[in-house]
Design a protein around this ligand. Structure first.
Ligand code: T5A
Length: 213
């Protein structure tokens, strides 16, 4: 049986990496499933090189907004072809820290690119692959950036964009969710880590009938 694709989305510092890992551990250790985890951009050798360009200006030249959009999708295309699709086909579950909705939120609502064009580029990159469930972790921009600041690693290129940019993508996520409500599970990311994690596991059990073995 084909595996499931679960994606995590939200603003900077929402807790995506934390909760993607907690869910992947639960699926492996408690539900006994094969689980592949990856982050975007990245997750492959090519993708990690692209991540360096996108986040840390590795190419040392200003990146045009068009190049930015295409590079996120190039990283995704490589990840889909070499990791995600083969894993799903052999029945593994795939847990992703960001996916196609990030491009709609950041490059669409944030940078202002046409959403239909971005959806077409996303489809080209993924071969039309859609998440079975998207967990949208909801925290305010203020809370997200407070957590990012606590990390003490400084802001990367996109985190450094204007607050207006981040406000647009925050509301963008709401629009994207409203467009396909049944694919989304929105969880209040300001609850304790245990409470957030338990809510996500409960939703997964209810939707897909998996449980503790
Ligand atoms: N991007 C990405 C695009 O523009 N277009 C695209 O198509 C794609 C795929 C990726 C950047 O690229 C952009 C978006 C991003 O700007 P990244 O480093 O992967 O960059 O950035 P993020 O995905 O935003 O990762 P962050 O690490 O900034 O945030 P997370 O993963 O949401 O947060 P996390 O899990 O690291 O948690 C942050 C802190 O909060 C704590 C954690 O312990 C951690 O310290 N925390 C909680 N604290 C209290 N209560 C809870 N419930 C907590 N949950 C976590």
């Amino acid at each position: 049986m084909r595996g499931k694709l679960i994606t995590f989305e939200g603003v900077e510092g929402a807790g995506k990496s934390t909760h993607a890992k907690l869910l992947a551990d639960w699926l492996k250790n408690e539900a006994g499933l094969e689980v592949i985890s990856a982050r975007e951009p990245g997750g492959t050798h090519t993708g990690e090189i692209i991540r360096g360009i996108l986040q840390y200006d590795a190419a040392k030249e200003p990146l045009s907004d068009n190049s930015e959009a295409l590079l996120f999708c190039a990283s995704r295309a490589q990840l889909c072809a070499s990791v995600i699709s083969p894993a799903l086909e052999r029945g593994a579950w795939v847990v992703l820290d960001r996916f196609t909705d990030s491009t709609l939120a950041y490059q669409g609502y944030g940078r202002g690119f046409d959403l239909a064009t971005l959806r077409a580029i996303n489809d080209f990159a993924t071969g039309g692959l859609k998440p079975d469930l998207t967990v949208l972790i909801d925290v305010s921009l203020e809370e997200g950036f407070r957590r990012v600041a606590q990390r003490n690693t400084g802001k990367d290129r996109i985190e450094s964009a204007s607050m207006d940019f981040h406000r647009r993508l925050y509301f963008g996520y709401r629009q994207i969710e409203a467009f396909e409500p049944s694919r989304f599970f929105r969880v209040d990311g300001t609850m304790s880590m245990d409470d957030v994690s338990n809510c996500i596991v409960k939703e997964i059990c209810a939707r897909f009938g998996v449980g503790v073995q």
